[in-house]
Write a protein that binds this ligand. Structure first.
Ligand SMILES: *Cc1c(COP(=O)(O)O)cnc(C)c1O
Length: 414
């Protein structure tokens, strides 16, 4: 069976552009500085002053770490995490494939000249129109987890290469997908039978433990379940070859998770299996720094001041913009004041987005060692994952900011 012919090797092709080689933090600092001085000269306070600085070297570094920890596991970057075309192009050059869930995501990747065999349409519940689009562009690899989807696939993309998405869940994940997607193990046999009856081709099994998974056991359990589904498929006559271990890789425990995953695959698939993954956050999160500006400040007076309620800062971006994770993932944001003069005192503020909604609070109690004033700039690190892709224009505030790119790293051999 000729499935995804290129997947055994990484798709490294073009050279990675090197903008400059230097200490990563220093490069980002310089980019921030020069952008701030440009804006300060040009605009009256209150235009769209937020901006991103992206260090593509961080992406290279994560990729190198991936190759080291999960050798032979082809990553298909999950586009929904951050669909910045420059990032997508950079990842394409590094040699990743892509996990797309919609027509627009597929189009974005195809527009870069990426071969359709490097794309998985990893949405188990697809519209007929999106199946027709995928088929017309040569994207045939897709996931399913229910009977109606199989009927729809039979009708709109009969030559598809199917991956059965099974249920998996890490209770510790920031956002779990268990309730929305994934076939329970007591349903996989009947789903596979139906696929067989319809004459469809099942090439593998996938799962997604949830974004921000902390517990490597979730991967181990899912790999064991996947091996059970593999056996069921083989018993029917399919020849599944692909194990897709999904996304959910957490930066701070990646090495642990990777070693648990390698171990489990060795145990559950003693004859070996072609393994692929769909990391999103892992590649995008650290690379982006967001800079916001303080647009106004409300100092407490009267009894609020007397009872120590912090003064309030209103900045140029909030939870309806690039800070949705404050609500979705209960992420605690840690702003740093750019260029503040240190003093001995501690200054406490609550920080709010620009909209008129009271849930638009980015930090309840931020501490600085100098006073923060209107016109000051705040820096937030690790803002590359689920920020730009979930932002809105609520209340008329623009949240699609400009991004400035630096690169602190190159791959060895380039
Ligand atoms: C969102 C998603 C991913 C990426 O998850 P991360 O936590 O960002 O790694 C991968 N696969 C599927 C099917 C997804 O829905």
């Amino acid at each position: 069976m000729d499935v995804l012919p290129a997947q055994q090797k990484f798709f490294i092709s073009e050279k990675i552009p090197v903008i400059s080689k230097s200490a990563p933090s220093q490069l980002v600092d310089l980019a921030i500085e020069s952008q701030i001085s440009r804006i300060t000269k040009q605009t009256v306070l209150g235009g769209d002053e937020s901006f991103f600085v992206a260090d593509l070297g961080q992406v290279t570094q994560q990729h190198r770490r991936w190759l080291r920890c999960l050798p032979g596991v082809q990553p298909y970057y999950a586009v929904k995490c951050n669909s910045d075309p420059t990032l997508l192009k950079f990842l394409a050059n590094l040699g990743t494939g892509f996990d797309c869930a919609s027509v627009e995501e597929m189009r974005a990747v195809l527009n870069l000249g990426v071969d359709p065999t490097r794309i998985i349409f990893a949405n188990p519940c697809k519209s007929p129109a999106s199946l027709t689009f995928a088929r017309s562009t040569g994207i045939f690899c897709t996931t399913f987890d229910n009977i109606d989807e199989l009927d729809s696939i039979k009708k709109h993309m009969p030559e598809s290469q199917l991956i059965l998405r099974i249920y998996a869940n890490d209770d510790s994940a920031l956002i779990s997908f268990g309730e929305k997607f994934g076939a329970q193990l007591d349903t996989t046999a009947s789903l596979l039978s139906r696929a067989w009856e319809l004459g469809l081709e099942v090439i593998g099994v996938s799962f997604h433990v949830g974004t921000g998974a902390k517990n490597p056991n979730a991967f181990c359990r899912a790999i064991r379940d996947a091996s059970i589904a593999f056996s069921e498929a083989e018993r029917l006559g399919f020849k599944p070859t692909i194990l897709d271990i999904g996304g959910g890789f957490q930066d701070d425990c990646f090495e642990n998770a990777a070693s648990a995953i390698r171990n489990s695959i060795g145990v559950e698939f003693p004859k070996g299996v072609t393994t692929i993954a769909e990391p999103g956050r892992y590649y995008a999160c650290q690379a982006y720094t967001l800079i916001t500006r303080v647009l106004s400040r409300r100092r407490q007076l009267g009894s609020a001041a007397a009872s120590g309620i912090p003064d309030m800062l209103y900045q140029s971006d909030g939870v309806y913009g690039n800070f949705l994770n404050v609500i979705m993932e209960k992420e605690r944001m840690v702003p740093r004041l750019i260029g503040g003069k240190k003093s001995l005192g501690e200054y406490r503020y609550s920080i709010w987005g620009p909209t008129c909604d009271s849930v638009d609070c980015v930090v309840k109690d931020a501490r600085f060692n100098s006073e923060v004033k209107v016109g000051d700039w705040l820096r937030y690190d690790n803002m590359g994952a689920y920020t730009t892709t979930t932002s809105t224009q609520f209340n008329g505030f623009n949240s699609s900011h400009e991004t400035f790119y630096v690169s602190s790293e190159t791959l060895p051999g380039y």
